[in-house]
Design a protein around this ligand. Structure first.
Ligand SMILES: Nc1ncnc2c1ncn2[C@@H]1O[C@H](COP(=O)(O)OP(=O)(O)OP(=O)(O)O)[C@@H](O)[C@H]1O
Length: 272
């Protein structure tokens, strides 16, 4: 069964389409990324899947249920990390996590959750006193405390320092390894490359491309650029068969082979 199945999803605000006919298929256990420029319609799509926003038209099934009419039991199988953080300023980290365990039938141990998101040293700190990145980690903690079967992560690592991001990636891999399906919205293409099994690119409310990080937009078939330092200066040669050229060159100094990055392909897809 697909964890998420969407057909011809539509939503307008005041007559202006924000989502204009989106189809999505996310397999159970996949890490699936939604990419697209600001205002593309990602959050609107995700909020409809989370049951937090009404759609105008289209079919939506999330864990086999229509989120618009989903029962409470469905909600407890879903974890949400939204862009706008929950108001928790008056609780400490561990109190907030403990409080949220009360909403779920089979929650994780609060101390384990705090450790997983790297907030053990801040466990007794008031949420209102956390730094931006630490606050975001607390949001992640609250999203995973209920052991969700499906986790929505909307720009989860905004404000994270590089170490926190790497740690968060490990956490996503751990959750995926436990069989949790993950829908990730992010503007960081390295994050998509590191985590996503599949991705779609949304622009102006429509899916403009889909694939894996390695194959999006025919990236894997694109010509490679081979660079090296020759006695007469730096060389760059574009070729579909880099291995043959490298064999010919032998031990060339400063030899590199590059193909278009995911970012190159993405920017081309959205016409920027
Ligand atoms: N509550 C709202 N009322 C009116 N218009 C809205 C509302 N929410 C979103 N929009 C508009 O709908 C369009 C899609 O917005 P959405 O937040 O879904 O985009 P996004 O892809 O998530 O963007 P970002 O990357 O900036 O988070 C935008 O033009 C936005 O201005």
């Amino acid at each position: 069964m697909n964890a998420i199945r969407v057909r011809d999803l539509r939503k307008s605000y005041g007559g202006r389409p924000a989502v204009a006919g989106v189809d999505l298929d996310v397999d159970t256990g996949q890490v699936f990324a939604l990419l697209g420029p600001n205002g593309a319609g990602k959050s609107t799509t995700v909020e409809i899947l989370e049951g937090l926003r009404r759609r105008d038209a289209g079919e939506v099934s999330v864990l086999g249920v229509d989120p618009a009419t989903a029962p409470r039991s469905w909600r407890s199988a879903i974890g949400i990390v939204q862009q706008s953080a929950t108001d928790l300023a008056e609780a400490t980290v561990i109190e907030a996590v403990r409080h949220f365990t009360g909403y779920y039938p089979d929650p994780r141990d609060p101390d384990e959750v705090v450790e997983l998101v790297g907030l053990t040293s801040q466990r007794a700190v008031m949420a209102g006193r956390l730094s931006g990145g630490q606050r975001r980690r607390l949001d992640v903690a609250l999203g995973i405390v209920g052991r969700p079967r499906l986790l929505f992560l909307d720009e989860p690592t905004t404000g994270f320092d590089p170490e926190a991001r790497r740690r968060f990636w490990e956490l996503v891999r751990l959750l995926a390894g436990e069989g949790c399906t993950i829908l990730l919205t992010t503007h960081y293409l390295d994050e998509v490359e590191a985590l996503a099994d599949r991705l779609v690119v949304i622009d102006a409310g429509r899916v403009v491309a889909e694939g894996t990080p390695a194959t999006l937009g025919g990236r894997h078939q694109a010509e490679a650029v081979v660079r090296w330092l020759a006695p007469n200066g730096p060389q760059a040669h574009r070729t579909a068969r880099p291995a043959a050229l490298i064999r010919e060159l032998g031990e060339a100094p400063e030899l590199t082979v590059t193909r278009p990055s995911l970012e190159d392909v993405y920017l081309e897809l959205i016409g920027r």
